[in-house]
Design a protein around this ligand. Sequence first.
Ligand code: IMP
Length: 432
Amino acid sequence: MPGTCVVGLQWGDEAKGKIVDLLGDGFDFVVRYNGGANAGHTVVANGKTFKLSLLPTGVIRPNVRSVIGNGVVVYPPRFLEEVEMLRQGGIDLSQSLKVSDHAHVIFPYHMEEERHAESGAEGKIGTTGRGIGPCYQDKVGRRYGVRVGELLYEAHLRERLRVIVPFKNRLMTALANGHADALKPFDAGRIADEYLGYAAVIRPYVTDTARLLHDAFRDGKRVLFEAAQGSLLDVDHGTYPYVTSSSSLPSGIWGGSGVPAKHVQRVIGVVKAYTTRVGQGPFPTELDDGPTGTGERIRRIGREYGTVTGRPRRVGWFDALAVRYTAALAGADEITVMLLDVLSGLPELKLCTAYDIDGERTAHFPSDSFRLERCKPVYETMPGWADDITTAHKLTDLPAAARRYIDRVQELVGLRVSVVSVGPDRAQTIMV
Ligand code: IMP
């Protein structure tokens, strides 16, 4: 398989990193094509734990080359921090990591813009606060976007910032809405000095990554694309406007890395055995049942707190409509069901099989948030299991109720379940 994509089919945090890890040494390249330091994954290598948000999880594998594609937005200090953290942990990326000269750069004013946009009670998206949205706005708006390759030309960068920063200061003053005293204007010269400092260190990593990947495919290399966030956060097909600002579905690969879709021959869709979501937006199967309820129990056992922001994740039942919808958009060939062990001990489990909306029943997922908000979930109830399943190695080790649950998920989504995960460890995995 020359090109494989691992993609989350819910609202992110589906434990995609574990699937990448299980794919093991079957890859020569690992590529991120969307998002920025808003993704969060914990990876273990050389007996040490690393928390990454910008670099792909596959970066820790020896002999694998990593690529940050043009579709990613890069905050240089974070990039350097992660590279340095790994270096101190014995993983040297100086030869193996490349970042696209066309990836866009996040500046401090992007974070500030986001802070203003998210500070009102209304219109809040519940973002990660990493400047992702404002940076993509500048990319698409064209006038004020800066790409990684531009950091390498001092005179050019200074001139760009000389034009951009005064505009951003005017914008910030307007956003501050009369509280301009509190506003500390950004200084173009100072930002240029700071970013030229980063550029000096980043320079050897910067290249035309599209060409690098074209050569890789020509030479028969195997390439793994790691989607960041989840498919329901995709800017086009997700629960707009409560989404991220990039294409997190595999459709983002072509634009975000320059690799034509025909090279991607296997798409692995990753789902949790239940659902979680961080930030605002409708969530029909949410379990909002208080501190002693099932939602809190799943949150506690599943350790459902954001890796980037530490926010408690919202928790709910598995939504088969949502996953069927994203699996179709992703072109998923199979699904992997993660964190099944978290459901152990619950007397019964629910699977959402339809919605009631304005007096009508539908089996199709309406992705517009304003319609999704009005959907009431229709559940099928299944018996739970009391047994601990964290040592199961094959499907037949699972209690009958857990097997029935997996079978039903498979039927409802219409795709083969290829992996069931019953714990964080590599050994706690059932290959079906
Ligand atoms: P942004 O990507 O920071 O602009 O945030 C937009 C929405 O996407 C918010 O609801 C975030 O909580 C959510 N989000 C962004 N990245 C992730 C992720 O990696 N996992 C889960 N949710 C995410």
